[in-house]
Design a protein around this ligand. Structure first.
Ligand SMILES: NC(=O)c1ccc[n+]([C@@H]2O[C@H](COP(=O)([O-])OP(=O)(O)OC[C@H]3O[C@@H](n4cnc5c(N)ncnc54)[C@H](O)[C@@H]3O)[C@@H](O)[C@H]2O)c1
Length: 341
């Protein structure tokens, strides 16, 4: 594997996970960008990154030897940083979600295509061996059909306030659920056909988010139907009272012959699944992995032409975004939204 130079844009939580991943696979981070200087200094110190910048465009023009820009910024910045990086002919790994709107996704695609650079979006959770395990078991018929996949995401108002901004990460229907839309289609090996949803803003009068002109839907039940007849459903609330001790239920895959209940989710990967086959209950443990490092390696292989596709493509990001947007439309209109095209 050749040595590439990474410009890491964003020194927050995801920036930290990506820094660890690049280091684990032996790729040098040649520059770190963040407007928050304290946060940037801490991460730069941990990973011995000597070149630090406030803005991505400064780093991109100063670091001509780098060939990859890794975007770990809030959603509103995914498009402009992609455009800057593509103009400078850098390959791009961008955190999920891809973009806020389909028009932004299209603009990202135009920039990447015009520059002839490679692009991937960071849905690293789907690299967890737990996904492949369920898919193979479903394929073998051990669950029977049709299937119901349930998921749950309960939490307080997010400390990252941009999660609650409609013009930012736009709440859990956009920020969180796309991981599950991808999980469901991977396990069902089918395409989504329609979405129904109900929701509201539980945290509407919380002072922490009072400054947003438009607050995001933070509480919803979203159900996606697939061509296979299978169904995925997720309940989310990011508006629980402070210090609530309620925890999310584990994911469950429910079939006529078998039910699987997720074990611990650690380091972005499921540690195993408890399987219920009639009266039998067994635990299937999965190997510990580091999905961010797997994603980083897969991206390098893609850049080097050793694999045809990225782990998740721009088209994947756009398709998953469309399901989120359909769910928000379903909440607004009370109608089932078809994912026809
Ligand atoms: N793949 C996953 O499992 C996963 C998990 C969590 C978050 N995310 C995604 O990662 C992205 C980043 O989330 P995070 O949790 O790291 O957020 P974060 O708030 O922890 O970090 C974001 C960083 O970006 C910096 N920043 C903001 N605007 C900037 C700008 N214009 N220029 C330079 N720096 C800027 C902030 O100072 C902050 O340090 C989001 O899109 C989020 O949805 C993905």
């Amino acid at each position: 594997m050749a040595e590439h130079g990474i410009i890491l844009v964003g020194a927050g939580d995801m920036g930290g996970h990506h820094a660890r991943a690049w280091t684990e696979i032996g790729q040098p981070i040649v520059a770190l960008v963040d407007i928050d200087r304290d946060r940037r200094s801490r991460l730069a110190e941990t990973y011995h990154i000597t070149n630090v910048f406030d803005h991505d465009d400064e780093a991109i023009s100063a670091m001509s030897q780098a060939d990859i820009v890794d975007i770990c910024l809030p959603l509103a910045f995914h498009l402009p940083v992609t455009e800057h990086a593509a103009e400078a002919k850098k390959h791009i790994l961008c955190e999920k979600p891809l973009s806020r709107t389909v028009a932004e996704a299209d603009a990202m695609e135009r920039a990447v295509t015009a520059a002839g650079v490679k692009f991937a979006v960071g849905f690293q959770r789907n690299l967890s061996p737990g996904v492949e395990y369920l898919r193979d078991e479903v394929r073998s018929g051990r669950f029977g059909r049709p299937l119901l996949f349930t998921a749950d995401g309960l939490g307080e108002v997010r400390p990252k306030r941009f999660m609650h901004d409609r013009a930012g990460n736009n709440g859990p229907v956009v920020d969180l659920m796309q991981h599950y839309f991808l999980l469901w289609e991977s396990v069902f090996e089918s395409v989504p056909v329609s979405v129904e949803a109900s929701g509201f803003i539980a945290a509407h009068d919380r002072p922490e988010i009072a400054h947003f002109k438009e607050k995001a839907i933070d509480t919803a039940v979203v159900t996606v139907r697939y061509a296979s007849g299978d169904v995925g459903t997720m309940t989310v609330c990011w508006g629980l009272a402070a210090q609530s001790r309620v925890r999310s239920q584990p994911e469950r895959l429910i079939g006529p012959k078998r039910v699987a209940v997720a074990g611990e989710f650690r380091d972005f990967s499921w540690e195993g699944w408890t399987l219920y086959d009639g009266p039998e209950e067994t635990y299937h443990a999965l190997p510990p992995v580091h999905p961010h490092a797997m994603q980083a390696q897969a991206f390098i292989d893609y850049v080097e032409g050793k694999r045809e596709n990225p782990p998740s493509s721009l088209a994947d990001g756009r398709r998953l975004l469309k399901i989120s947007l359909a769910a928000l439309t379903a909440i607004e209109t009370g109608q089932v939204v078809s994912l026809g095209d």
